[in-house]
Design a protein around this ligand. Structure first.
Ligand code: SF4
Ligand code: SF4
Length: 175
């Protein structure tokens, strides 16, 4: 099974679903003991600034058992997996791990994931990159490439078929 199958499957995966819901329920019991809703995670969250994701609220909703509500919300797909919430948390709680579980659970339930997420996965599979390399504009209006700012050229996978097989294997094992 490829990663695209994982993100567009129509058939729910019963075993995977059971495993993930078990992990979420364990976290539901454990995490609220440690999280005191200080919102340091949210204050550093890039997705909060742009897309109103609030990792501390994700913890609060988990505590209240509102897993289905989160799985049915598009907000879980806005997490950029930067791990800042984990780095900033004084209690070493990782809201990002809960978001990973919620996204995996949504896939296991056969829910359709946002199109731009699938596009990013397709790009990773075909080029090894989330998006094409872009030029940037400076404050003085100049356009700069990676080479202009002293960065090396990006290399593509040498063997695309082997690369895709490896990524798909990792995706299945991770879930
Ligand atoms: S930073 Fe940690 S303790 Fe504070 S709200 Fe976020 S998860 Fe909870
Ligand atoms: S990993 Fe996700 S939830 Fe955590 S800070 Fe980054 S974008 Fe926000």
């Amino acid at each position: 099974m490829g990663i695209l199958d994982l993100t567009s499957m129509g058939e729910p995966q019963v075993d995977v679903k059971r495993e993930i819901i078990g992990q979420l329920e364990r976290l539901q019991d454990e995490i609220p003991e440690y999280c005191y809703q200080c919102a340091k995670c949210t204050s550093g969250c890039e997705a909060h600034r742009l897309l109103e994701l609030e990792p501390h609220r994700i913890i609060a909703l988990l505590k209240r058992g509102l897993i289905d509500e989160m799985v049915n919300s598009d907000i879980i797909w806005t997490c950029m997996s930067c791990f800042k919430c984990w780095e900033r948390c004084p209690q070493k709680i990782a809201p990002v791990e809960i978001l990973f579980l919620l996204k995996n659970y949504a896939v296991a339930l056969g829910k359709q994931i946002p199109g731009n997420y699938t596009a990013a996965l397709q790009s990773v599979l075909s080029k090894g990159l989330i998006q094409d390399v872009k030029t940037i504009s400076t404050r003085t209006g100049e356009t700069k490439s990676r080479r202009d700012v002293g960065l090396p050229e990006i290399t593509k996978p040498v063997d695309p078929v082997k690369f895709q097989a490896l990524i798909s294997k990792m995706a299945v094992e991770k879930i």
